[in-house]
Design a binder for this molecule. Structure first.
Ligand code: SF4
Length: 365
């Protein structure tokens, strides 16, 4: 990984990638040293005027958001409201807090609402998952029933000082598994009805692996605008790495589901954890899946926590792996006119540019 922040400029020239993207990738890979006893922290980040933030300053992008593992061996530390490498101040840190496992949180400056109606902190089984080490704050509300969901929305609107949900572009359901496709479907139908009662007309987005049946997609079609992100996560050793609910779907099954969903006018993509499989597998897998999606995949850089060391593949011990993966994936999607959305992912490979294209949009919650 990087020895110091200025090394981001060297890699940037070598690979024609913004130094900011190199540095932010390194935050994910290295984690951050903090005084708090938390496994993860999150914070708003305001860059200092440094040569490695030249593009960010030129484009007037002044705010980012990160959620990182804590690591006492990292070259990055947070001290007195600054993120530093040694004595060098990299940027200001605001709203530093424990990265707890929450039942709801905003994205895109409050225009996207994430809901986790089924506790993720109680969901176990995927080897890369960090919800087990996060402090749980996702068990107090009962979003699974109509009354609980309504109550939550009313309180949320009060806090946001908004009259209704018409300002939201998306409500995302990112959840520990429902355990039953029927239950998930009936919850999604209930959620669309309630959300619409509060004037929501945006996309209902489901991120998981529990929509599998042809009949379910017919039901989902009635809930459009709808986004389906299948939590694919890895191409090989699926039964070893993933929870049963995810592993039982083969790559062939996933292709079929995505194809059917796409034909029904549903936005489709998949999620992938980058850092556990060799580049060759990534290249083949992404090429195989690319025709089945109409939206850019959610590619999360694998952030290492304690006792997960064996999961990172050998190639991924060097930062070159991530740059090569980036270039490879850019090549696969360059003609498809789909790009990463900066508000969707705080541990991405792309922050300022995707190939030659500049990435815009709001980056903070
Ligand atoms: S399904 Fe896997 S990744 Fe998702 S919360 Fe459960 S264990 Fe974690």
């Amino acid at each position: 990984m990087l020895k110091n922040p200025s090394e981001a400029i060297i890699f940037s020239k070598l690979y024609n990638v913004p130094p900011e993207d190199m540095l932010f990738l390194d935050f994910s890979l290295s984690g951050v040293k903090v005084k708090f006893p938390y496994a993860r922290v999150r914070f708003k980040f305001i860059p200092e005027n440094r040569p490695y933030f030249k593009i960010s300053f030129q484009r007037n992008i002044k705010e980012y958001f990160f959620a990182l593992p804590t690591n006492s061996f990292s070259i990055y530390q947070i001290e007195n409201n600054y993120l530093k490498a040694g004595k060098e101040k990299i940027g200001k840190v605001e709203s530093l807090s424990n990265d707890t496992c929450d039942f709801s949180y905003p994205r895109r400056r409050g225009t996207v609402l994430n809901l986790n109606p089924v506790s993720k902190s109680l969901c176990h089984g995927c080897k890369f998952c960090h919800t087990v080490i996060q402090d749980a704050k996702d068990r107090e509300e009962n979003l699974q029933v109509e009354a609980g969901l309504k109550e939550f929305i009313k309180n949320w609107l009060k806090k946001q000082q908004k009259p209704d949900l018409s300002h939201l572009i998306q409500v995302a359901i990112v959840t520990g598994c429902f355990g039953n496709e029927e239950r998930l479907l009936s919850w999604l139908k209930m959620a669309r009805k309630i959300l619409n009662e509060f004037n929501f007309s945006g996309e209902l987005f489901y991120y998981g692996s529990e929509i599998t049946q042809k009949e379910s997609l017919e039901e989902i079609e009635k809930l459009k605008p709808f986004g389906l992100c299948i939590s694919l996560e890895c191409f090989e050793k699926r039964t070893e790495i993933l929870k049963f609910t995810k592993a039982r779907l083969s790559i062939e099954d996933i292709k079929k589901i995505l194809e059917r969903a796409k034909k029904k006018g549903i936005r489709t993509n998949f999620s992938y954890i980058l850092g556990i499989e060799p580049l060759k597998i990534i290249n083949e897998g992404f090429r195989e899946l690319a025709p089945y999606i109409n939206s850019f995949p959610v590619i999360n850089v694998f952030q290492l926590h304690q006792r997960q060391e064996d999961l990172r593949c050998k190639e991924a011990l060097s930062i070159d792996y991530y740059i090569k993966a980036r270039k490879m994936i850019e090549k696969i999607f360059e003609d498809k006119k789909i790009t990463p959305r900066v508000w969707e992912n705080y541990r991405s490979l792309w922050y300022l540019n995707f190939a030659k294209e500049q990435l815009t949009d709001i980056r903070t919650p």
